[in-house]
Design a protein around this ligand. Sequence first.
Ligand SMILES: [Zn+2]
Length: 442
Amino acid sequence: MANFEFWNDGNTPLHPASAPDFVPRPQMEQMQLHRLQVMVRRAYENVPLFRGRCEERKVTPDDVKSLADIARLPFSVKSDLRDTYPYGLFASPLDDVVRIHASSGTTGKPIVVGYTKGDLEVWENVITRSLAAIGVRRGDVLHNAYGYGMFTGGLGLHNAQAMGVTVIPVGGGNTERQIMLLRDLGITVISCTPSYFLHILDEAAKVGLDFHSLPLKYGIFGAEPWTEEMRQRIEEASGIKAYDIYGLTEIIGPGVAMECTAQSGMHIFEDHFYPEVVDPETGEVLPDGETGELILTTLSKAATPMIRYRTRDITWLNREVCACGRTLRRIMRVSARSDDMLIIRGVNVFPSQIEAALMQVDAAAPHYQIIVTRENDLDRMEIEVEIRPEHASDEIKQMEALRLRMSQAIERITNIRAKVTLVQPNSLARSEGKAKRVKDLR
Ligand SMILES: [Zn+2]
């Protein structure tokens, strides 16, 4: 049984906002049901799209009598936000909306979400609990390298100031300056995408800066899927602890779920976000422990409530009480998005499988690109992999052996034979936002 008042070292007080992280499940479920009923009624009365879908299914807010009844409600999907652009899903009048964020779609209009004052307080609350879960507290200095602006990453993590953390709103880009700040400002926490942190490490190495010599202790990495192997690489190369954070603009931004010091799954802040996992094909709800698509319902969001939002993220829910004492269910590492899945010669392949395979081969740098083409009706997959600088001058024979080991590792994991091409260090494009791993030219 966890001690609710103290951090798991037994001496340091836990941030008071963390109390809901430790409540017994029945108490949590009672709160969830009450909030769900209020939320469904709010969406039904204010969002015509949701009401119309409920009417088609002949369900009303009165039919939600238990948490299991959520399965009777219709799903919502990303295109709903585009189709009703800009304010069609808002359940609050603009008078009550104090912030707008947007996520850039790959085509056409962005998706737009709103926040009331209360919604911003919820965001502050879940970011505080996220950071408290990894041991960050007042006195820490956060280098926030997520992009500011309408993207939720920057202003999302910026909420850390509410718990007394010193926030440096660096934003993305200008890596040279980022390195200078990391060296000079006594920074103890960094937040950015994992691929951008690797880029910072590469650039720092060029100017002879060893991250082990810095006071930096924690990294908060999210906004793109990453693997356990990538975590090991980051932790070894920098001496920090690397933690996964989960969120999406449609729900609130970063802070929907966060790892704790146990590093074994991300706790969902279930008093604000109700999770389900469903079969991505049939939409049928799966029991905890089974893998499928994560569905999220906001339980407190006033401006843009989302009922049963299909995240496209593939994961499973773990309801065992965590080593940290938190009773919040965990989503296990999101290593795949159903959107990212490639179908190659009829076989499902995820970029994360390629990454895991490359990292089994010691010299594989984590910068790679997957190129899919079709020749004579046959799919071909080519993986361009950057060799690490220390191997750049290896002999051809050694290179050939390396290439072979990589293509064997890929075949073992995916059952697909891929052509592996080794390319010079730093020759693949670097992204300061989300890494683009796949070029599908079919
Ligand atoms: Zn935990």
